[in-house]
Design a protein around this ligand. Structure first.
Ligand code: URP
Ligand code: ZN
Ligand code: ZN
Length: 474
């Protein structure tokens, strides 16, 4: 079905990172063209009634892994299943990862990942490149990616020695280059060498169950790596972004640096906000569902993360959506969590989350008074768009912005279950949780993907969003 080229969203309560008011939104083609009171609908205008609903900018999730390969395992969501699931969760743009494979260029990584996403993604997407090797040619290609490929952020790992880990000198070189050319390094901050030793010692003592994943990845080693990453960035005169920050030992260093005016940014994820290390109490294999890196931390850490979200010591909530099934063979996916049945270090690290982010943060953050409605929009849409070069095209409701819009019912309740979700994963950490706040209708660049909770989108509607140099908003 072709959709009208003019759409009027009428009677809703518009929420941006700073505003909260009732108005209508007129969309022409892909863009918002007018926001105002009592706008007239022309004869060929489709009208969507938003009375009683919140009208939000589409969510921007700056950290997802669709069909990403780590060792023998591939995440179970493709760009097809994962972006459909994201849309049901109110997210209209993701930033996913393109992995630089051994001996290849970051530009190959971008081309390969483009090929996976291009004709199947249902929402808009951008990429960070995971840089695993640095030399002069790679640095030149990273520079080229910033200038000509619309890819201006790069993830580097301080963990997983022997596979994706980079040493300090490589990280420093990459930081120095991006600092001069409008890019940013995102760091996975855990001390990989020490963790590797602890893993080997645990296994040698016969500790093979999933709970040892957490016991061998101490919060102090996230703190240590975060501190080291900040010092490298300071020396390189570059901004730095910490992905999936979980420990208060790491947060402490981010706060300290930001208080000094150093351009240090960090995200946390819903799993760290709603779950804690009590999940690792027993030796059963079911604990594999909580195997992600870094692992869940203490209740005390969790409350420090909520405070930091409120005070802007943390700037974003991303999902680190990195789904692997609990059962081997679900929807044909193999090499999933059971790979580590007899050895926790072989359990693929990661959890799903792209469909639940907006709802659980609204329910557990806004409704509980931990964060304001404006801050909710900022953390889940505006700040990721600003930090990663998508704003003002994405991340706000403004004339000229893409009409990526979510109509959100703040009073509707439902119970979260993997059964009723739309991705390929066979579990959600939020199974059985009753939440209030529900995504009702979702528009991507003016076209409905979801209407009254039903899928009406076209396959492959999502487009790659090229980003420019970063830094305009910090
Ligand atoms: O456990 C996680 N986070 N897996 C995904 C890869 C990463 O480090 O982000
Ligand atoms: Zn990571
Ligand atoms: Zn990740």
């Amino acid at each position: 079905m072709t959709q009208a080229t003019r759409t009027l969203i009428r009677g809703g309560r518009l929420i941006t990172a700073i505003d909260d008011y009732h108005a209508d939104i007129l969309i022409e083609g892909e863009r918002i063209v007018c926001i105002g009171a009592r706008l007239e609908a022309g004869p060929d205008t489709r009208v969507i009634d938003a009375t009683g609903l919140l009208v939000l900018p589409g969510g921007v999730d700056a950290h997802t892994h669709m069909e990403n390969t780590f060792g023998p395992s591939v995440t179970c969501d493709t760009f097809d299943t994962g972006t459909r699931s994201a849309a049901f969760g109110g997210t209209t743009t993701i930033i996913d990862f393109a992995l630089q494979e051994a001996g290849t260029s970051p530009l190959d990584a971008i081309a390969r990942t483009q090929a996976k996403a291009a004709s199947v993604s249902h929402i808009d997407y951008a990429f960070h490149v995971i840089v695993t090797h640095v030399d002069d040619a790679v640095l030149g290609d990273m520079r080229y990616a910033i200038r000509h490929e619309g890819v201006s952020s790069f993830k580097m790992f301080m963990a997983y020695p022997g596979t994706v880990m980079s040493d300090d000198a490589a990280i420093f070189r990459a930081m120095r280059m991006v600092g001069q050319h409008g890019g940013m390094i995102a760091l996975h901050a855990e001390n990989g060498n020490v963790i590797d030793l602890l893993i080997r010692e645990a296994l040698a003592q016969g500790h093979t169950s999933p709970r040892y994943h957490a016991l061998t990845r101490p919060a102090l080693m996230e703190g240590e790596a975060t501190h080291r990453g900040i010092k490298l960035a300071e020396l390189a005169e570059a901004p730095v972004y910490f992905v999936h920050l979980s420990a208060k030992e790491a947060l402490k260093h981010v706060i300290e640096a930001r208080d000094l005016g150093i351009p240090v940014f960090a995200e946390t994820c819903p799993h760290y906000l709603f779950f804690d290390d009590s999940a690792y109490a027993d030796d059963s294999f079911d604990v594999a569902r909580y195997v992600m890196s870094p692992p869940l931390r203490s209740k005390e850490a969790q409350s420090a993360l909520w405070t930091a979200l409120k005070t802007d010591d943390l700037q974003l909530i991303s999902t680190d959506h990195c789904p692997y099934c609990l059962k081997e063979g679900h929807l044909g996916r193999v090499n999933q969590k059971p790979l580590g049945e007899n050895d926790f270090s072989r359990i693929p690290n990661g959890v799903p989350g792209v469909e639940t982010r907006m709802t659980v943060v609204y329910d557990g953050g806004v409704r509980t008074g931990r964060i304001s409605l404006n801050r909710f929009v900022e953390l889940t849409s505006t700040a990721p768009a600003k930090l990663f070069g998508l704003f003002p095209r994405k991340g706000t409701l403004a004339v000229g912005s893409d009409a990526d819009i979510v109509l959100f019912n703040p009073d509707a309740s439902h119970t979260i279950s993997a059964e009723t979700q739309h991705g390929a994963c066979d579990f959600t950490l939020f199974e059985g949780r009753n939440v209030t706040g529900q995504v009702k209708t979702v528009l991507l660049r003016g076209e409905c993907l979801i209407e009254d909770g039903k899928w009406v989108g076209r396959a492959g509607q999502g487009q790659f969003v090229a980003r420019g140099e970063l830094g305009a908003y910090w």
